[in-house]
Write a protein that binds this ligand. Sequence first.
Ligand SMILES: Nc1ncnc2c1ncn2[C@@H]1O[C@H](COP(=O)(O)OP(=O)(O)OP(=O)(O)O)[C@@H](O)[C@H]1O
Ligand SMILES: [Mg+2]
Length: 242
Amino acid sequence: MSSHPLSTQPEDEDSIRFEHVGMRYGRGEEVLNDVSFTLKKGSMNFLTGPSGAGKSSLLKLMYLNMRPSRGLITLFGQDTSQIDIGAIPVLKRRMGVVLQDFRLIQHLNVFENVALPLRVAGVKRDAYQENVVSLLKWVGLGDRMRALPPTLSGGEKQRAAIARAVISKPEILIADEPTGNVDMEIGKRLIRLFSELNRLGTTVIIATHDLSLIPSGATHMTLNNGVLTIPENDNGSGAANV
Ligand SMILES: Nc1ncnc2c1ncn2[C@@H]1O[C@H](COP(=O)(O)OP(=O)(O)OP(=O)(O)O)[C@@H](O)[C@H]1O
Ligand SMILES: [Mg+2]
C-alpha cells in the first residue's frame, strides 16, 4: 500500500494501537474489557458484534471523544494520554468520522456541510467546488446539494455525513454503522467509496451489523460483551492481536 500523498506518517507506523484497554461510563461496569489490537496504516477493517457489544464505545476512543479507564491507546504513534489539549483539533483533522447520529450542521446545506472540512483546512472554493459536486453525485445526492439537513431523509443525511468524512481524504476513516439507513445497493456503493479511499492509503475502520458488506481481504474484528476477537487467519495486512 503506497503512502497517502498528504500523509506525514511514516509508512510502517501503526495508525491506531490499543494495549489492554478498558473503558467504563461513570462508575458502571467495563463496556470494553482488556482490548488489544493494532490497525496497520492503510488497512481496511470491519468491526461487528451484537447491539450493546461496545462497537460505538470502541470507536469513540479512537476519535478521542472518550478516554479509556485503563490501558494505552496510540494514534499515529502518539500516546493519546500525553497529547496536549491544543493538539487534539489538529489530530482530529487527520481523521474522517461518520457517526450513528450524523452530526450535520443544521443551518448549512448539503454542499456546505460536505465542503466544510476543506474550508476549515483553508482550501479555496474554486479548488474544491468540482470535487464536492462529483462526490455528491457519486453518493446520489446530486439533486439535494442545496437542501438543509432537517429536510433530508435518514439515508440522505447518512450519505451527506459520509461525503463530509471522506472529502478531505483523511488518514484514518472511522465509520459507525455507515450503511444503517440505506438499501443494499447504496450500501454496497458506499462500501466501494470506502474501499476507494483505502486504496489511496487511508486506514479504514467500519462498525456494521451487515456481514454481507464485508469485502474479501478486509480484516473482520468481532466484539462480544466488550471482549474483542480477531481471527487468527487474518492475513496480517489489517488489525492484529498485539
Ligand atoms: N453514554 C453512555 N452512558 C452509559 N452507558 C452507555 C453510554 N453509551 C453506551 N453505553 C453502554 O455501553 C455498552 C456498549 O454500548 P455501545 O453503544 O458501545 O454498543 P454498540 O455495540 O455500538 O451497540 P449498537 O450496535 O446498538 O450501536 C451498552 O451496554 C450501553 O448501554
Ligand atoms: Mg453503536
